[in-house]
Design a protein around this ligand. Structure first.
Ligand SMILES: Nc1ncnc2c1ncn2[C@@H]1O[C@H](COP(=O)(O)OP(=O)(O)OP(=O)(O)O)[C@@H](O)[C@H]1O
Ligand SMILES: [Mg+2]
Length: 206
């Protein structure tokens, strides 16, 4: 699996999701490479600052990523997780990622502004089919993140997004301190979080 975390906007939880998903895969015994394709390098710096970081992590912030990933991964990994810059800021890199991803996961909060922009991401994903070797777009799914427990917004926007034809993964990543404060520290028990459930929904082998 080559799983890309993509969104139009900044600050939607791409880096947090990429890091937790990569660790959840590692905890399940998968050989996983985390690729930081964001020139800001937040995922790479997280991996450097954390005292323990069992996931192989490299920076590849280039619009040639689709040509270089094979050489970088060298056939040594079961899964690659790619953190990307916001599509609206760096379409060159994100479009390159979309050429090689098998799965695209869009972290989105149940708020009007984030939900409204999902369509633009879906368009970019669909457009990638024209330049992909398979001629088919990667599988795209949405992951509700930063949800507020017991708020009606979660159900309301799940329904809105599903009705619009999007695949919304079951379960959601709640807005909690554990994720808000995670950056820079080691990640443990990632598979026991909602990110583990997200992997189940993506049908990644346990
Ligand atoms: N589930 C969550 N609960 C609370 N805070 C969260 C959650 N997920 C992410 N955050 C916080 O939201 C902020 C943005 O998250 P993150 O850096 O992962 O987003 P991003 O999409 O990678 O941003 P950028 O586009 O700037 O790279 C961070 O401060 C992060 O700690
Ligand atoms: Mg980021």
């Amino acid at each position: 699996m080559i799983l890309a975390l993509v969104n139009l906007k900044g600050g939607t939880g791409k880096t947090t999701s990429a890091a937790f998903l990569a660790h959840a895969l590692h905890e399940r015994g998968r050989r996983v490479l985390l690729v930081d394709a964001d020139p800001q390098g937040s995922a790479l710096r997280w991996s450097e600052d954390a005292e323990v970081w069992p996931v192989a992590t490299v920076a590849l912030p280039t619009k040639r990523l689709h040509q270089r990933l094979d050489d970088v991964a060298g056939g040594r990994f079961d899964d690659v997780v790619i953190d990307t810059p916001p599509l609206e800021e760096n379409a060159g890199i994100v479009n390159s990622v979309l050429r090689v991803a098998s799965h695209v996961l869009v972290p989105v909060a149940p708020t009007p502004i984030e939900v409204e922009r999902v369509g633009a991401v879906a368009e970019a994903v669909e457009d990638s089919a024209a330049v992909r070797r398979e001629g088919e777009a990667p599988r795209m799914a949405l992951l509700l993140t930063r949800t507020v427990p017991n708020a009606s917004s979660t159900g309301v926007y799940r329904e809105v997004l599903t009705t619009a034809g999007h695949r919304v993964l079951p379960g959601e990543v709640r807005r909690v301190e554990r994720f808000a404060q995670a950056w820079g520290d080691p990640i443990t028990r990632a598979a026991a979080t909602a990110y583990g459930d997200a992997l189940d929904a993506l049908e990644v082998p346990a």
